[in-house]
Design a protein around this ligand. Structure first.
Ligand SMILES: [Zn+2]
Length: 326
């Protein structure tokens, strides 16, 4: 297991989320084009139904609507996922054409993200031994690759969005504007990373099977993704911003990730959580907007639950997991 270095929150919860609001607003604006103006849900023409992407069960219950989408929970593995969900071609077209501001948001708050990147990289290095070849899937403008490169990794990236890929290439990274299944690499990788990307991939099982072909035998797949187990998600439910209705198609937790890995032939070799969201939860508990409220307390809930308590129980906002093929 990796050492649990908690990122220090330098900005107040409100300041941080005000910075991120531009990204959220841009994303919500993009949803409008796909919505039925009468129901405020996504139009049927863009959608398809599916079974649980983690365990394959068709047995689920409706949870809530969010920004045009519908989230359900799997009765078998408790996975939370969008159902119906955008068809593959609609989703790919959406990503190619809608620049998400993800790269700019990270760049504006690089200190916060850099700590998460270093924590993940240290976890990968514990399994690999030393720096080698790394592929960042959905690398955006290359902010993680910048850090991996400075730690002597040979860096490659995949990014569908043309604007973001161009910015990453301008920094000197090797970027292909393609999906992993269509990319072409001369050699296999010691690590394949997915930073806030795995929740966007509809078929995680197919992805893991495909990724194995590009991974060296002792290689690691690293995933950082919002966790449906998070205390913030379970308290805020539909109000929690991990549920965006369109892009976050799959919200795994420890149980559903384990099921998925068992089916795809992987072992979870480390699993930590990061980001407590105590400030967000306190805003909510004070009847304020969870993200833009004025609660000053980002340290503890009722003086009883602190960041360490949350991460010991693996109920932080995102998980960082390393997977190895069996
Ligand atoms: Zn399931």
């Amino acid at each position: 297991m990796s050492n649990n270095i908690s990122p220090v929150l330098h900005l107040s919860t409100r300041e941080m989320h005000l910075k991120r609001k531009a990204m959220w607003d841009a994303s919500m604006k993009n949803h409008g084009a796909y919505m039925d103006p009468e129901t405020h849900l996504f139009s049927e023409a863009h959608l398809e139904r599916r079974a649980c992407p983690a365990c394959g069960s068709g047995d689920h219950s409706f949870l809530f609507h969010k920004s045009g989408g519908s989230y359900v929970i799997c009765k078998q593995c408790k996975m939370v996922y969008l159902n119906p969900v955008f068809k593959d071609d609609v989703l790919e077209n959406y990503y190619r054409n809608n620049h998400t501001l993800q790269g700019e948001t990270v760049a504006a708050d690089i200190e916060f993200y850099a700590k998460l990147y270093r924590q993940g990289l240290s976890s990968i290095e514990q399994h690999i031994g030393s720096a080698g070849r790394i592929l960042d899937v959905g690398c955006s403008t290359g902010n993680f690759l910048d850090i991996a490169k400075s730690a002597d990794w040979q860096c490659h990236g995949l990014e569908l969005n043309q604007t973001e890929a161009k910015l990453a290439k301008a920094k000197g990274h090797n970027i292909q504007e393609n999906l992993l299944s269509r990319a072409d690499f001369a050699e296999k990788f010691d690590a394949i990373t997915l930073w806030d990307v795995f929740e966007h991939i509809k078929d995680g099982h197919a992805f893991l099977k495909e990724a194995r072909k590009s991974l060296r035998p002792s290689g690691v797949i690293f995933v950082q993704s919002p966790s449906r187990d998070a205390l913030a998600a379970r308290i805020l439910q539909a109000q929690c911003n991990m549920f965006d209705g369109l892009e976050h198609v799959n919200l795994y937790g420890m149980e559903s990730l384990t099921q998925l890995c068992n089916r795809a032939g992987y072992t979870i070799v480390s699993y930590e959580t990061v980001i407590s969201e105590i400030g967000v939860i306190n805003n909510h508990l004070e009847y304020e907007d969870p993200y833009l409220g004025f609660s000053k307390n980002a340290k503890s809930l009722f003086g009883m639950i602190d960041e360490a308590w949350i991460h010991e129980r693996k109920i932080g906002y995102k998980f960082q997991a390393c997977l190895q093929a069996r």
